[in-house]
Design a protein around this ligand. Sequence first.
Ligand code: GLU
Length: 294
Amino acid sequence: MTPGSYVGRFAPSPTGPLHFGSLLAACASYLEARKHAGQWVLRVEDIDPPREQAGASDLILRVLDAYGFEWDGEALFQRHSIEQHLAAVAALADRCFECDCSRRLLAAEPVGELGTIYPGTCRDLGKPRGDTATRVRVGNAVSQFHDGLQGLQRMELAAGSGDFVIQRRDGLIAYHLAVVVDDYLSGVTHIVRGIDLMPSTHRQVFLQDQLAYPRPEYSHIPVAVHPDGDKLSKLTGAPPLEAPNAATELVRALQVLRQQPPDGLERATVDTIWGWAQENWDISALEGLRDVPA
Ligand code: GLU
């Protein structure tokens, strides 16, 4: 790879403040980009206003800044690319159909890693756009990608997902489509994020193929878990990251990411911690790990 041709990213949703689990994805994607002399794009995924928490976008940017992350260019906001999202929905029109199945109707269907597996109820009914969601037909597509940390991943989309929504009934663009379009618009070449998103990657590489976008490389890092095995998240009570704890939380993140920072590094400045981390970062310490104790 020529220096500078690597483009990584971190893409938090403003559904609440960042917590330690988000910090792991931020650190791993950032350090991997810097190690490759690449760029690191920060994109706030704010296309789902009903799930947004007031003030969360600002808080996220402020905390990342206090933790010493340096993103390339201005922070991006996903709501600014809605025109391009809609253009991508239009470009997929031949593969799409309208569906008015309610959640309740689908509740009896089998559930896969990505939720209910759509049984194809409206696929051939030619329903007009109205109070409907737009779904993309997966046909007999098999998604396959080689994950940098987790090895070969494969999913028969009909069995693992079924036809999935790219534009919601309320008109909002679905995450899978928005993320693929925005990664493409930023020229993202490498995606480093939590393994909880790995099943989603199958839908995303399917969409990249349909839209003839180049495929980024994926590396899914383990998620941090509580002692009882539950993933750290806002729902399981992970506290928000606080600016004054930057040094201790960064060093703890490096430990959890199996980087073995030296004793006492948490008493150094944030700059010194990043200096150590950039010099010593080795993502291969996470190979094959699906979860790590927080
Ligand atoms: N916005 C998503 C989230 O915060 C992450 C998207 C991604 O990394 O692809 O869970």
